[in-house]
Design a protein around this ligand. Structure first.
Ligand SMILES: C[S@@+](CC[C@H](N)C(=O)[O-])C[C@H]1O[C@@H](n2cnc3c(N)ncnc32)[C@H](O)[C@@H]1O
Length: 472
């Protein structure tokens, strides 16, 4: 067993002057980082430094071992780990989780770096995760001399010297797929954007307040925020403050929702008094926005096959003050409860179950949990749900097919296939629908009027949507 695995304490800090980090290195050495303090006054190695504790490295090492089995979603594994280690405080959880997520985001790059060095590979990954989130200097008191040397060597690596796929930190199949469709420059920029955490966006509940009033209330609470550039009810927070105790959150004046997700709801554009179905409502992220757009009038059915997800919609619904939402648990898209509404609906949103590859800023583990076979399985389900959803709309009614995927197979290919089989549907250009609401989306990638958002171009998650209108 190596000394690292045996849990031996790191030796006192290396006295060498570490190499200066290059600006483009993935290992952060922030200019304003407090310099490492080295041995304490008693000459013993420092065990706590700037909020970091030697035990945090062990937690990250252990948690990475569990998360990187990729058997379950990373957020579920992390939550379970924190429940099991309930003594960890809020800040400690933040340090640990962020380092784990940094490793998931940069797994290809860090995997390559971790091949060199000594000791256990998982400890090396933990150190790389911490160096990326807190900065290399923060680690100094916790490192063995050989580790310090190894990390310093890495800080001199120019990212531009890495191969494009390693830099993008994507599995081969996904990198190749994106390059084939969008080219290498686009894929590299997208890969880079996926390495950064997503901002925290809110949607203002316009039934209860205005965006200006909500911004003023956030400012009064000492929180920094600004309007989102595209979605009219969106607010982008600076940082990731905890909001759940905030009166304006508790009272349903704001909900957490990515700006891109808000724009998809604008594409549905339901009106007052209409009959609307949110076919894959889940916990209602989009249902709530649709309900508000309908000004709490008409009927909005929230379908889903997951009882648990629909149960999570209930408290959000209660906070929102909406009275037009009707959650309906269905057993599949062929459920009799669905069929009963055939031909009666004005607008249907199909936020289809998908690979989630548009959300890699939040769920970087999906890069490693999805594969071509899982995507193929999803496409069959997506087509079947779109078929069933299309049967619901009346003449002149619309189905919005949407995903949070960036793969053509889950997006444009599904829509093209649908249109080829349904000549009584036409594609309504997304820009037209948005222009009616005075919403402008720059650099919109469109194929015949379809809609796609990308994090490197729109600072939203990756989303796709197509507005399909029944002509007869
Ligand atoms: C992308 S998620 C929806 C997210 C949700 N619309 C939101 O904005 O928070 C896809 C949802 O589809 C549901 N689903 C899967 N198969 C379904 C089916 N056959 N019919 C309806 N919903 C289904 C899943 O349970 C999941 O909640």
């Amino acid at each position: 067993m190596s000394r690292h695995q045996a849990g031996a304490r790191p030796a006192p800090k290396d006295s060498r002057q570490p190499a200066k980090a290059r600006k483009s290195s993935p290992i952060r050495r922030p200019a304003n980082a407090r310099s490492a303090q080295g041995p304490g006054a008693d000459g013993q190695p420092t065990r706590v430094h700037g909020g970091l504790h030697a035990s945090h490295i062990q937690h990250i090492d252990r948690l990475l071992g569990k998360v990187m089995l990729f058997a379950r979603p990373a957020d579920a594994v992390v939550s379970y780990y924190f429940r099991e280690n309930s003594k960890l405080g809020h800040r400690e959880r933040g340090i640990i989780a962020e380092a784990v997520y940094a490793v998931l985001r940069r797994r290809v790059e860090f995997g390559q770096f971790a091949e060199s060095g000594t000791g256990s590979a998982s400890r090396r990954l933990a150190l790389l995760g911490l160096a990326a989130t807190l900065g290399r200097d923060m680690l100094t008191p916790f490192l063995y001399p050989d580790e310090a040397e190894w990390l310093d060597r890495l800080t001199t690596i120019e990212r531009s010297s890495l191969s494009p796929r390693v830099r993008a930190n994507l599995p081969e199949w996904l990198f190749d797929n994106l390059v084939a469709r969008h080219g290498e420059a686009f894929t590299s920029a997208l890969g880079d954007a996926w390495l950064r955490p997503a901002p925290l966006d809110l949607r203002v509940n316009l039934i209860k307040t205005t965006r200006e009033a909500a911004l003023a209330e956030l400012e009064a609470a000492g929180l920094r925020a600004e309007p989102t550039p595209m979605a009219p009810a969106g607010i982008r927070m600076q940082g990731k403050p905890a909001l759940n105790q905030l009166p304006m959150f508790v009272n349903g004046l704001v909900e957490v929702q990515d700006e891109g997700s808000q724009l998809l709801c604008s594409l549905v554009g339901p009106k007052r008094g209409e009959m609307v179905v949110d076919f894959c409502a889940g916990a209602g992220g989009k249902t709530l926005a649709l309900g508000v757009a309908m000004r709490s009038t008409g009927r909005l059915y929230a379908f889903d096959v997951s009882e648990k997800r629909l149960a999570n919609l209930k408290p959000r619904l209660a906070r929102s003050g909406l009275s037009n939402v009707h959650p309906v648990l269905i057993d599949s898209e062929r459920d009799a409860k669905v069929k009963r509404l055939g031909g009666k609906i004005d607008r249907v949103l199909v936020d289809a179950p998908c690979s989630g590859l548009g959300t890699l800023r939040r769920n970087p583990d999906l890069k490693w949990r999805q594969n071509p076979e899982s995507v193929l399985e999803l496409t069959a389900k997506q087509s079947a749900i779109l078929e069933a959803a299309a049967r619901l709309v009346k003449g002149g009614g619309r189905v919005v097919y949407a995903t949070c995927s960036v793969l053509e197979a889950e997006n444009e290919a599904i829509v093209r296939d649908f249109l080829s089989k349904h000549p009584n549907f036409r594609l309504v250009p997304a820009t037209e629908v948005l222009a009616e609401q005075k919403i402008e989306v720059p650099a919109l990638q469109t194929e015949g009027g379809m809609f796609a958002l990308y994090p490197h171009q729109h600072q939203t998650d990756g989303f796709f949507a197509a507005v399909l209108e029944r002509t007869q």
